[in-house]
Design a protein. Sequence first.
Length: 373
Amino acid sequence: MKNIRQTNINIHRDAWLEINIANLENNVCEIRKKVPENIKLLGVVKADAYGHGSIMLAPTILAQGIDMLGVASIDEGVDLRNANISCEILVLGAVPVWAVESAVKADLSISIFSKGHIDACRQAFERTGIRPKVHIKIDTGMNRIGVSTEDAVDFIKEVQKSSFIDLQGIFTHLAMAEDIKETEKQIKKWQKVISQIDISGLLLHVQNTAGTLSYKIPGINMCRVGIALYGLAPDYPPCIEEKPDIKPLISLKGRIVNIHEVKDGEGISYSYTYRAQGNRTIATLPIGYADGISRALSNRIYGILNGKKVKQVGNITMDQMMFDITGTDAELGDVITLLDCENSIDIWADILHTINYELTCRLKVRLPRVYTR
């Protein structure tokens, strides 16, 4: 038997994600160059930084010029606080009214948009003596969460006169930043509301990543950036002139754990969706759909083995997948790279008719992460 080649990575699986910190630094700098200095940036690290690891990446994101962080839930914010992340953190999603006190105790800002939120803020203040920090979410067309534009002015004024609330900002979210006409409709709705209230000292934010890099909105003093931090391109509108030079952070790799010969006509994996055409050499990699690799990618993707493309064959199973390595000099322990800067996750997204960052979020399940430069 050939000797197993080992790499110098101290993990207990033969499959892992490598996260490139240097590329993260590059991406933040590239984004910062596109945004005026007087506009703050909120870095979105929800869903464990889109599957990249929020606790590990947050210090670098902040050190490179991001002013505050955004998460989806109180729990995500608490995790960052427990990791000694002390910057301002905004919970962008809907906060349960019964959990407002927990957000206050963790020094998290929350998004509010209902009378129930106002009442919960009053109760939290009465119990803690701390005014909840809030950003009001306005629904200008996303139709997900937020106070309607028809009710927004009255709602904002009610919050402003509530002595038990610390109003820090007002925001909305673009539903189709790639579409100029639809985005302009939302911006007009936003401006109509903002023109009727006192905005002194408030953070006003509308743009997501694509919006930040594509539109200039008068009066805005903060932008939210997410996917571009991780080197993933959003859908841009035609108006964008120069895109930032962002680089993906993720490489997905695994070591070959088995090599065997398959004869002409033999099937591989469940349901025999692949049958060998001629005698083939097959390698098994210990990565499967439980690691976030969609079963729908079966027989449709490639890996890189010692500089050569090798095709994935047979149905991807829960914990393993197979590659045709016929004609290579591969040995047990050799690494097959499924994703990197050249073999982009955008390829998988196109196959699955989805977006790249849905797929990176899936990769967080149980794959160890190795942070590199």
